[in-house]
Write a protein that binds this ligand. Structure first.
Ligand code: ADP
Ligand code: MG
Length: 357
């Protein structure tokens, strides 16, 4: 018997805001008045969550913080209008509603995220797949109403039917245009767009001439250079406790030197079936929400888009296939936090992953 009560209550509570909801991270500073540097903080809202920027500059330097914020906000608004399927007229929403199998011209940014996503689908043997949208909606993790909300039980035949539309082979990318092999192909960029947004802001700040800074959107983060102590940035990873406010209990801290970090988990956005937690990561190969012992997956990578997507892929792949994949990849490391029982956690890390002291 499937108990949908918990998830319906949960759904009502967090329906609109949660899809981009991230994981609060902690940035550790050591302040000192004798330092020749100061830290500029710029905060705002985007993608249904918050963003946070820290820039280390020399104390005497005059910086127009409001101008930086205006530039960052307009960049993020543009990305959101391209990639959020929660905005009805966004580029992705129009693309999803378009049932033509003729080539569809898309923006350069949209095209590049799709290309990168397709590569990541290959790399993860289909665990990460942006064509998963119909399944995400069916299970009630997307913008449209799920049949399960009105009390229907999950229907295996319906899931098999939807899986016909879920395959990166249904989406051909050629010469800046996308072609749907199947008119029902729809995309969900939620597992990569925050990371992509971080990367874009990161490059924007680099182009402004800054060298030491940190960009974070909803818990996905990328760092350049050092913090104001002249040390690599230190970022905390939450212990994946259900219903615990972000940042309350940390599993550990990682030092990021010109690296990105993204975390996916089953503890902020989940459904309970028969008393078991199912994450909002869907396994595109089975059509079902993930149900592994992996409570959270954190990935360190050169770019935040790949860290973001790989973190979701690790939730889907599970411990051994996931860690094996990461160990085969250069410059990419991961830490999985495994739930071994009520309140009992164990960490499995890839060969090169290091917790900070
Ligand atoms: P968060 O948004 O909390 O950072 P993720 O980055 O893991 O979490 O993204 C999860 C979202 O990605 C889901 O809510 C869904 O919209 C989408 N998604 C779910 N499963 C997959 C998958 N296997 N591949 C790609 N996207 C997925
Ligand atoms: Mg992700």
């Amino acid at each position: 018997m499937i108990n949908l009560d918990n998830r319906i209550t949960l759904k009502e509570k967090i329906r609109e805001a949660r899809h981009w909801l991230g994981f609060l991270i902690f940035i550790f500073f050591v302040g000192s008045c004798v330092k020749p540097t100061k830290v500029i903080s710029i905060d705002g809202k985007t993608m249904g969550t918050t963003y946070n920027i820290r820039i280390v500059v020399v104390k005497k330097m005059e910086i127009d913080e409001s101008k930086i914020k205006i530039d960052v906000d307009s960049l993020l608004i543009r990305i959101n209008k391209q990639m959020s399927h929660y905005i009805p007229q966004s580029e992705i929403s129009l693309f999803n509603d378009n049932t033509s199998i003729q080539p569809i011209k898309v923006s350069t940014e949209f095209y590049s995220v799709v290309l990168q996503s397709k590569k990541l689908t290959q790399l993860t043997s289909g665990a990460f797949d942006i064509t998963v949208a119909p399944l995400v909606d069916y299970w009630g993790f997307g913008p449209s109403a799920s049949p399960l909300e009105s009390g229907q039980l999950p229907d295996t035949l319906k899931i098999l039917e939807l899986m016909e539309f879920v395959s990166s082979e249904n989406l051909v990318a050629r010469d800046g245009q996308l072609i749907k092999s199947n008119p029902n192909t729809r995309l969900d960029l939620s597992a990569i767009a925050k990371g992509y947004g971080v990367d874009e802001v990161f490059m924007q700040l680099g182009a402004m001439g800054f060298t030491d800074y940190m960009v974070e959107i909803g818990g996905e983060v990328r760092c350049s250079g050092n913090n104001d102590s002249g040390q690599p940035w230190r970022i905390g990873i939450d212990l994946p406790e259900l219903n615990t406010p972000p940042g309350k209990n940390l599993q550990g801290i990682v030092q990021l030197k010109d690296r990105a970090l993204a975390t996916s988990g089953d503890y902020r956005n989940f459904l309970i079936i028969n008393g078991e937690i199912h994450s909002h990561a869907i396994d595109p190969r089975t059509g079902f929400p993930v149900k592994t012992r992996v409570a959270s997956a954190s990935v360190v990578a050169p770019t935040c888009a790949e860290a973001d997507a790989l973190a979701t892929a690790l939730m889907v792949l599970g411990v051994e296939p996931g860690i094996d994949l990461i160990n085969r990849l250069d410059e990419i490391d991961a830490a999985l936090i495994i739930r071994d029982g009520d309140g009992i956690y164990r960490t499995v890390i890839s060969n090169e992953f290091k917790w900070a002291e």
